[in-house]
Write a protein that binds this ligand. Sequence first.
Ligand code: ADP
Length: 447
Amino acid sequence: MWLRILSFLAFQGAGALAGWWIWHWPGACAGAVLGALAWWLADLARGLRVLRRLRDGDLAALPRMRGLWGEVADRLRRLQRGQQRRMEDSERRLQDFLQAIQASSNGVVLLDAEGRITWCNAMASAHFGIDIERDHEQLIGNLVRDPAFAAYYAHPDPARNAVIAGRGDSAGRPVRLAVRLHPYGEGRQLLLSNDVTALEQAEAMRRDFVANVSHEIRTPLTVLTGFVETLQSLPLDEAERGRYLELMAQQAARMQTLVQDLLTLSRIEGSPPPRRDEWTSAADLLAQCEEEAQALSALLTAGQGAAHALHFEAAPALALAGSRSELLSAVSNLVSNAVRYTPCGGSVRVACRRLPDGRAEFSVADTGPGIAPEHIPRLTERFYRVDRSRSRETGGTGLGLAIVKHVVQRHGAELRIDSTVGRGSRFAIVLPASRVRSGPAAVSARA
Ligand code: ADP
């Protein structure tokens, strides 16, 4: 400020001196006025320069100046830099925020007060088939046509989900979305979507499973209760009592097998992946299966004619990495099925061999009734049966092949089923080469 006053006085003084030299006192007065005018014009020119740069928003290009205008320009420059930093900061924060919403596994759509789409993330595009370039400002109700959505949109409730069909939904490949609307701002709405297809399928499977288990248990339980009532209410002779007790024991055994299979399934599902350093001899596995098969065949064919011809080929010296109990359970389920479904006099052939590519194959072939091709893809579903009565008669639970499938998956193996109706079936488990070891040392390797 002092500099400004001094420069003004200097201009005036210089004007007065020059005027005095030309025309004494009148000249000095006129010189002082002209000096003040010159100072004011120079000051105005500097002020206008600052103003012009400020209008162009280009204060950085303004050369450094001294005095009041220099300070004004400096302060404005600092103010502009601060504002720019704040803008960059909020832009960065906005980008971070948008990236986080883009990375979300939920679909997010922003709707204005009329229900027009103003923004959506990639997941929402996939869920609803929205192309944000094309569909910007489109009414959401025109794009999502599911009646369940229309009903929910008419009466939105942020505390409740509506489940609607997603993009690409079809009878064979359902896509289910849970959507929810949240109001925000002035009449705006946030539409959140979540893919619940797997959840809904798991829930449906759980319901089916509970219904199936209840049904499987209810049947023998009803029979048992009926026999108990008969025994309690009717005067039976010793032979009749014995027959009823025998039938009751059969039903109890059926329930026990079912519970055992259910426990096996849940144990397999809940246990950690099978180890790669637990080695089991293939020959030992087959020997145990052979014992079980002979006992089962004797039981099923007792008093019914010719027994089964069981052929267990000598297993090569192979060791298999994985859970011994699971592998045994899988192979013995296949052998037990072959024996149970093959009529008396039929043959069952069980073998283990190493394939040329290093994998090992356990195969169980029978001369039973065979299975029609349309049933084969569903055989490993829980409680799926082709021959319901034969399964029940022979103590089947409908869970055997589901157990086999789980064991096979957990060991990275493959289940192969070949069958011809009227000629027989061949089930094979092919274990990956990484789980197979040959040589004499392997035979005794049992961790
Ligand atoms: P189950 O306890 O009823 O035998 P599984 O899951 O082991 O249940 O088998 C499913 C169905 O596959 C059986 O009910 C049966 O109809 C059919 N099946 C399985 N193995 C054979 C086989 N070797 N020959 C003919 N049908 C078979």
